[in-house]
Design a protein around this ligand. Sequence first.
Ligand code: HPA
Length: 269
Amino acid sequence: MLGKIKETISFLEETIPFKPEIGIILGTGLGGLVNEIAIHHEMDYEKIPNFPVSTVDGHHGRLIFGILGNKKVVAMQGRFHYYEGYNIQDVIFPVRILKFLGIKYLFLSNASGGVNPEFEIGDLMIITDHINLIPNPLIGKHYPEFGVRFPDMEQVYSKDLILKVKKIAQKKQINVKEGIYTATTGPTFETPAEYKYFRIIGSDTVGMSTVPETIVAHQMGLPCFAISIITDLGVPGKIETITHEAVQKVAAKAEEKMTVIMSELISML
Ligand code: HPA
């Protein structure tokens, strides 16, 4: 793992003379943030040694280096999901790389199914905590270079960043919810019984990403901020047939609000 990271970092540092301060994983709903970045360099994942290549519709695989809100950022256009068949170490490999490139914060977005009965389709939810039901990416050989063997998980999602976003949302009159995101492997959406189970165990939403990345980022000491778009409801009486396309459609509508939140947050740091 360390050897691979060193190889990838050497390649990127030699080819791209740019030291990012902030990492962004452009998940569902954040695609439009790219248009706000003054791009200095781009690199297809295929060209980066040891990088996995993404396979899902609507996700392109590129690292984008540029300026956003006066800050040097690196954005992952396209993330890796466990359901695609990657092993969990591959899913999180890019997060290790971003950290070793020098980022001080990690921002992420995703789409999820709301199981909190107060949620509506199209709502944005700040992730305040998570329940991980995907294999833990820290299973396996421990490298002290990444952090401790047994990371404390009391505050994965930075309270300070959450507070900043709540202020931004208030100022911009964007309605944001807060809650707990449960990560499950997918690729199936949930049965009604599974949605009910996720609610009972304490979830507000359920989705198929983000948590592997935040676990690894947190181990390496990176403050994380993650936000989810509620694209469908897993609430008894409100459950409807759902497709990937429907998820993308709802997410596209939330893109403008997501873009405002993220760019304002970055310019505040
Ligand atoms: N379940 C899991 N993942 C999702 C959902 C859902 O209902 N909606 C969007 N991603």
